[in-house]
Write a protein that binds this ligand. Structure first.
Ligand SMILES: Cc1cc2nc3c(=O)[nH]c(=O)nc-3n(C[C@H](O)[C@H](O)[C@H](O)COP(=O)(O)O)c2cc1C
Length: 324
C-alpha cells in the first residue's frame, strides 16, 4: 500500500503520465490487467486556461478509472491559479506538477524540465499549485538538466518543505532525453534525503527491470511508461514476479488480438470512429511488435480508413504467417 497525502493506493506500480497515450481508453485497458493507479496525459495549464477543446477532453474520466492522477504543466501564477479552478470541477486523487518534460518548445520556456535550471522558480510555481488545491500535490522531476548540474536532491528536499506529498523521479537528465543509462544512485540519494514517497521512473520495461529498480534504489513505488505500450499485461506480471518470483506465461495471440479489439472499441466510444482509427495506428504497432513480419500489417493498419479495415488487420495477425 502506498499513501500520497490522504490518497491510498493499493499497489506500488503506477501507470505513468504519457502525452498522446494515457487517455481514458488506454487507462481502462491498463486497469483491466492490474493497473491500480493511473495518470492522465500531461495537461497544459495554458491550454486549459484558454478552454482548448482537446485539452478539456483529456480531463474526462469514468467510474472505473479510479484512483486517478492528473499531471499539469506549469505556467505563470495567474494562469496556474485559473486552471486550478477548472480542475476543481473534476475529481482527481493526486495532482502532479511536471518539471520533467524534455521537449524543446516546453523546456526552453521555463516549463517542464526547463524548471530544473531554475529551482527557485520551480518551487514558486509548485507552491502556487499547493496553495490553490485540496488535492495532494506531487512533483515530477528528472535527475537534473545535464550531467554537470544534477540537482534532484536539492529540488526534492525543497519540494518536500513546500508541501509536496511525493516526488516522481525519472533517473535521467533532460539532456539524456529517453536514452542512455538510468542513474539508480541519484534515485537512492533522493530516497535518503526526503520522508515523502519517492516514485522512480526509467527503464521500468519488464518485471525484472522493475525489481532491479526497487532493489537498487529502495524507492517506494515505480511508474511504468514505455513498458505499458501495447503491453497492459506488465502490471499483473510484475505483481506476480515481485510477490512470488514467478513470471506468468506471455499473452497468447488470441488474447492480444481480443485486447486490441476491445481497445479500439473503447477508443471509438471516446473519440468517434474517424479519430479512433487514427489514434489506434500507433497502438497497433505496439501490440504487434512480437508478431512475425508484422510490418506488412502495420502498413495496412496505417492505411485503415475505418473500424472495419482496422479490425481486419487485427484479425489477420492471428493467421499462421504472422504468429510470434
Ligand atoms: C510517449 C511518451 C509520452 C510521455 N509523456 C509524459 C508526460 O506527459 N509526462 C511525464 O511526466 N512523463 C512523460 N513521459 C515520460 C515517462 O513518464 C517516463 O518518465 C519515461 O518514459 C521513463 O520511463 P521508461 O524508461 O520506463 O519509459 C512520456 C514518455 C513517453 C515514452
Amino acid at each position: 500500500m502506498l499513501k500520497i497525502g490522504n490518497t491510498v493506493i493499493d499497489s506500488h506500480l503506477m501507470l505513468a503520465p504519457l502525452a498522446g497515450v494515457s487517455d481514458l481508453p488506454f487507462r481502462l485497458i491498463s486497469r483491466k490487467y492490474g493497473c491500480k493507479f493511473a495518470f492522465t496525459e500531461m495537461i497544459s495549464t495554458r491550454a486549459m486556461y484558454y478552454k482548448n477543446k482537446n485539452t478539456l477532453k483529456m480531463l474526462e474520466s469514468s467510474r472505473d478509472d479510479k484512483p486517478l492522477g492528473v499531471q499539469i504543466l506549469g505556467d505563470e501564477p495567474a494562469i496556474l491559479k485559473d486552471s486550478l479552478k477548472i480542475l476543481k470541477g473534476f475529481q482527481f486523487d493526486v495532482l502532479d506538477f511536471n518539471a520533467a518534460c524534455p521537449v524543446g518548445k516546453v523546456s526552453s520556456r521555463n516549463k517542464g524540465a526547463g524548471l530544473l535550471k531554475n529551482p527557485d522558480k520551480l518551487i514558486e510555481q509548485l507552491s502556487v499549485v499547493i496553495e490553490n488545491t485540496d488535492v495532494p500535490v506531487t512533483l515530477k522531476i528528472r535527475s537534473g538538466w545535464d550531467e554537470g548540474s544534477v540537482n534532484a536532491v536539492h529540488i526534492a528536499t525543497q519540494a518536500e518543505r513546500a508541501g509536496a506529498k511525493a516526488v516522481f523521479l525519472h533517473g535521467r537528465t533532460k539532456v539524456q532525453g529517453y536514452a542512455g543509462k538510468v542513474d539508480y544512485t541519484i534515485i537512492k540519494e533522493v530516497k535518503k534525503a526526503v520522508r515523502i514517497p519517492v516514485i522512480a521512473s526509467g527503464d521500468n520495461v519488464s518485471p525484472q527491470m522493475i525489481k532491479k529498480m526497487f532493489d537498487e534504489t529502495g524507492c517506494d513505488a515505480v511508474t511504468i511508461a514505455r513498458g505499458a505500450l501495447g503491453n497492459p499485461w506488465i502490471f499483473g506480471a510484475t505483481e506476480k514476479y515481485l510477490g512470488k518470483g514467478l513470471l506468468p506465461p506471455p499473452p497468447t495471440a488470441a488474447e492480444i488480438t481480443d485486447t486490441m479489439k476491445e481497445h479500439l472499441s473503447l477508443l471509438k466510444d471516446f473519440y468517434g470512429e474517424k479519430k479512433s482509427v487514427a489514434v489506434f495506428r500507433k497502438f497497433f504497432a505496439w501490440y504487434s511488435r512480437n508478431f512475425k513480419k508484422a510490418k506488412i500489417l502495420r502498413e495496412k493498419a496505417s492505411k485503415a480508413a475505418n473500424t472495419e479495415d482496422m479490425l481486419n488487420a487485427v484479425e489477420e495477425l492471428k493467421t499462421k504467417e504472422y504468429l510470434p
